[in-house]
Each structure stands twice: as structure tokens, then as C-alpha cells.
Write a protein that binds this ligand. Structure first.
Ligand code: CMP
Length: 515
């Protein structure tokens, strides 16, 4: 028989070697080695006790100690093999496994090893299994809740749905970070510095939200920061200012991608207030500091709005009392008329009209704002208005019969468009689309017609302006020289003039001469 002290020396050497190897494997846990060291200590004590008792010749005790030594030897072998397999080999290969898998396998190995030992010692295992089935049933019934938690713990770890380090939200809206998943319970730490100990059975019966987790994406969570601005400030402008501020420079705790952005998510609720409701949305990277990151975002929004002279809405109901008498209305009308007239006079198409004619057009012109990408005129449509572009820019797009759609020009304010169809009665020859926030004045066809009917020579002036504009564009596109340009100008002018005269049923000067 092998000398038990030699066996002890072998185990001690194995423990030292395993301890040395554990140091070489990064992230390898050392806590399981402690169990082997303790078992080794027990083994040594049993050997010492056996040696002491051998002199006193108490046979029963000596035999008992021998069995204990055999059991301890088996436990040591199982523990050291488990460390070698799980902590050295699997960790070394960077294979992640749930702790419970290790525990279950070691537990099963203990049971098998003890069974083998008992069988060798002549114990009848069949009767033990039969008795233990009854005992198991009794114990199972009395420990139902505990077993439920244990099964919950096993499935939590095996199905990988929640891992240590994840941030989760429970059914009762409590949020926290998973610190430990144990056999019976899970430990969660909240942002308020509390520790929640939740029985695994309970955890398995509710729906758990794992915060910011998406397959194949970085762990980050979309956050909403709300603010209100009153109606008088165009939403597109508010959104532009806020997005520029949030995207312009990094903010701690805010992901670069997807970019933070802003949206107008509601208007006056139940007509009770006069504000637009906005939300800035960003992706939070550090879940433990959600409130402080929200605060940083709010500070940036506040400063950006202040710089743009856009005040946050005052959280109070304001009653506007306006003086609605005829004098007040007249003053307002005159102010509006003058501003429309100035806008019309600023474009070359109407620059040659008399003050009175400009005033007539201005009186009925309507302000028409458009938001980004809105279609202002559509190719092929019938024309009702001519547009004076007061603010912003618009893209002119033409689609060919084959379906080929291309941009032919970008018009910047101050400018005009929609004149061709309006003056000639042809369908719109292009689609004009707002590029961002756009503000236009719509000039009514009937008013223009009235002016042209009263002073037909205007048609000639207008055709001159329209022809010049068209030829300038064609010259830039086709590289026309000055001779070709002036030829094109004269033919284009006469074509447009004819079209205008036909459309407004005007007599041409030549007709007058002929009659
Ligand atoms: P209308 O045809 O009434 O409606 C579309 C308008 O787009 C058109 O009048 C012009 O004002 C404008 N437009 C068409 N083609 C061009 C172009 N090539 N460059 C600039 N503006 C254009």
C-alpha cells in the first residue's frame, strides 16, 4: 500500500503547481483553490490523527480515519481536476461558462465518487437509492420554494439572458446593475446605493428589461430630455440649434453614434397652452450616471437656445389681451402691406411696376411657409400662384418622360419662381422643393392678370426679365458666347411675350398696327 504521507506530498505539490499556473492565466479565479487547500489541511489532520491513534490501538477509530482519508483524497482529486478543467483550460481558451455549471459538475462527481467508495466498502446502494427517493420527495416538498429559486438560478446562468454587469429594470420599474447571480438569489445594486437581494424564483416569474442591450450593438440606451419652446419660434429652427449644440462637441456619457438629435413631439396639449413640446434624444453609455448626463444635456440645450435668442417657454398660462379695434387692425394691415411691397420690389420681375401696382399685388399676397423637403410647386400641375422666395433656398427638379429626375437649379432668397406657368398658362415645368425652412409670398394669378390687362406693356417688360433669366441659365449650362446669347435672348423674349399675350388674351402692338 502507498505511504499516505507520500500521497499527501503528491497532493501538496499538485496544489502548488495549480496555484502557480493560475497566476499565469489572466482572469482565472483563485477562490476555488482555497477549497483544495482546506481539504489538504483536513487530509493532513486526518493523517496526523491516524498516526497518533495507531499507538493507542483503537481499531474502530483507525479504520474510520482511513475511510475519511480516502474520501478526502477523492474530494481533492475532483477539486484539482475541476480547477484544471474550468479555471485553467477553459479560462485559458477564453471560453465563458456559468459558475453553476462548474458547481453542478463537481457536485455530480462527488456523488458518483462517494457511491463508488460505498460500493467498494460493501454498502447496498440499491436500498439507499430506494430510501433516498422517499427522503427526496419529502425534502423536495418541504423545500419547494428554495428548490424553485435554485432552479431559477441555474436557468438564469445557463440561458445567458442576464449576466453579471448587466443593467436591468424589474417589473416595479426599479433599475440596477446585476452584481452576482447565486444559486438561490441574485444581487442587484441600484443607483441609490441600495442592494437588492431577489430570490431567483421571483426573478424568473417577471419580465425583465435588460437596459441598452441589443444583439451585435454596443451597450447604450436611448434617453429623452424634454423641453418646451413657445409657438412663435419655428420648430425647424429650434431643432437645428439644439442638434448643432448636441452634435458639435462630445458630452461625457453620450454616445457619438447614433448622433444625439432633437424632435418636436407635440404641440399645445388640449389647446391649454401655447408651447411646442420638444425632446432631445441621445444614447447613454454610462448607465450609473443617467441623471447627471441628462443634466449635462439640459445645460447644453439651455446655452444653445440662449445664444440663438430662443427662450424656453415659461411654465405658466399666459393670457394675451389684444386691442382688437379697427385702428389696431388697420395699423397691422399697413405694416404687413409695406413689408410685402418691399419684398416684391426687391425682385427684378416686379421692380419696374409702379408703386400702386406693387401695392395692389402686395395687398393680396399671402405668406406661405414650408418645412424642409415640402413640394412647393409640382411639375405638370396647373398654376395658381407665383412665388417670391423671402427666406431659405429651394431646389428645382425636372423629371424627364423616361422617369429620370434631376436637379437643375437651386434658388436662394430673395428670388422668385413659378412665373412661367403663371404667365403662359402652361403646366408647371419643374418641381420646386424646399431645402430647409422656407418662407414665400404667394402672388395670386388674378391680381397679376388685372395689372397686365390695365397696362398691357407690362407683359413686354416681364417677358424681358423672364427671357434674360432663362438665357442666363442656358448660357451657364451650355457655355454660350455673347452673340449666341443675344440671339437666344431675342427669340426667347418674343416666344415668352407671345405666350403671355395668348394666355391673357392681349392684343399685340403689331395687331394694332395691322388693323
Ligand atoms: P413654373 O413652370 O411656373 O413652375 C416651376 C418653376 O421652376 C418655373 O416656373 C421656374 O420658375 C422654375 N424653373 C424651372 N426651370 C428652372 C431652371 N432651369 N432654373 C431655375 N428655375 C427654374
Amino acid at each position: 500500500m502507498t505511504d499516505p504521507w507520500l500521497v499527501f506530498a503528491g497532493f501538496a505539490l499538485a496544489v502548488v503547481v495549480v496555484a502557480g499556473l493560475l497566476r499565469l492565466v489572466p482572469r482565472a479565479p483563485r477562490r476555488r483553490l482555497r477549497r483544495s487547500v482546506i481539504l489538504l489541511g483536513f487530509y493532513a489532520s486526518v493523517l496526523v490523527l491516524g498516526a497518533a491513534l495507531s499507538w493507542t490501538s483503537v481499531p474502530g477509530l483507525v479504520a474510520g480515519l482511513r475511510v475519511a482519508a480516502s474520501v478526502l483524497q477523492l474530494l481533492l482529486v475532483i477539486n484539482l481536476l475541476a480547477i484544471a478543467l474550468f479555471d485553467l483550460l477553459l479560462r485559458g481558451l477564453r471560453v465563458d461558462y456559468p459558475d453553476i455549471l462548474h458547481d453542478v459538475m463537481v457536485g455530480a462527481a462527488y456523488v458518483v465518487a462517494l457511491g463508488v467508495l460505498m460500493h467498494r466498502a460493501g454498502v447496498n446502494l440499491t436500498s439507499i437509492v430506494a430510501t433516498s427517493a422517499v427522503v427526496t420527495a419529502v425534502v423536495g416538498l418541504s423545500l419547494q420554494a428554495t428548490l424553485g429559486n435554485v432552479v431559477g438560478g441555474i436557468s438564469l446562468q445557463l440561458d445567458d439572458s442576464i449576466n453579471e454587469g448587466d443593467w436591468i429594470e424589474l417589473d416595479n420599474k426599479t433599475q440596477g446593475q446585476v452584481k452576482k447571480i447565486r444559486w438561490r438569489h441574485t444581487v442587484i445594486e441600484t443607483r441609490d446605493w441600495d442592494t437588492l437581494i431577489i430570490p431567483n424564483g421571483q426573478l424568473m416569474t417577471q419580465s425583465i428589461r435588460v437596459l441598452g442591450k441589443r444583439d451585435g450593438e454596443p451597450v447604450q440606451r436611448r434617453m429623452w430630455v424634454y423641453f418646451n419652446v413657445d409657438f412663435r419660434y419655428p420648430p425647424a429652427e429650434v431643432i437645428r440649434v439644439v442638434e448643432q449644440a448636441l452634435q458639435g462637441a462630445p458630452l461625457e456619457g453620450v454616445a457619438r453614434e447614433p448622433k444625439p438629435h432633437c424632435l418636436c413631439h407635440d404641440m399645445a396639449r388640449e389647446n391649454g397652452d401655447s408651447v411646442c413640446y420638444y425632446a432631445a434624444r441621445y444614447w447613454l453609455t454610462n448607465f450609473s450616471s443617467n441623471d447627471s448626463t441628462n443634466s449635462l444635456v439640459r445645460q447644453r440645450i439651455y446655452a444653445a437656445l440662449k445664444r440663438a435668442h430662443i427662450p424656453l417657454a415659461i411654465p405658466a398660462k399666459t393670457i394675451f389681451v389684444s386691442q382688437d379695434d379697427s385702428e389696431h387692425r388697420d395699423r397691422k394691415r399697413v405694416r404687413q402691406l409695406e413689408s410685402h411691397k418691399a419684398a416684391l420690389a426687391a425682385i427684378d420681375l416686379f421692380a419696374n411696376l409702379s408703386e400702386d401696382e406693387q401695392r395692389t399685388l402686395a395687398a393680396s399676397a399671402q405668406l406661405a411657409p414650408f418645412s424642409a423637403h415640402e413640394v412647393i410647386t409640382r411639375q405638370g400641375a396647373k398654376a395658381h400662384w407665383l412665388y417670391v422666395l423671402l427666406k431659405g433656398s429651394a431646389a428645382v427638379r425636372v423629371s424627364a418622360p423616361g422617369g429620370d429626375d434631376r436637379q437643375v437649379a437651386v434658388l436662394e432668397a430673395p428670388n422668385f419662381f413659378g412665373e412661367m406657368a403663371l404667365m403662359t398658362g402652361q403646366p408647371r415645368e419643374a418641381t420646386v422643393i424646399a431645402q430647409g425652412e422656407v418662407e414665400c409670398l404667394r402672388v395670386d394669378r388674378k391680381d397679376l392678370e388685372g395689372i397686365i390687362q390695365q397696362r398691357p406693356e407690362i407683359a413686354s417688360e416681364i417677358s424681358g426679365v423672364l427671357a434674360t433669366r432663362r438665357v442666363e441659365l442656358a448660357a451657364a449650362r451650355e457655355g454660350l458666347d455673347s452673340v449666341a446669347k443675344s440671339q437666344r435672348l431675342s427669340s426667347e423674349r418674343s416666344r415668352i411675350l407671345h405666350a403671355i399675350r395668348d394666355f391673357f388674351a392681349l392684343h399685340s402692338e403689331s395687331d394694332d398696327h395691322e388693323s
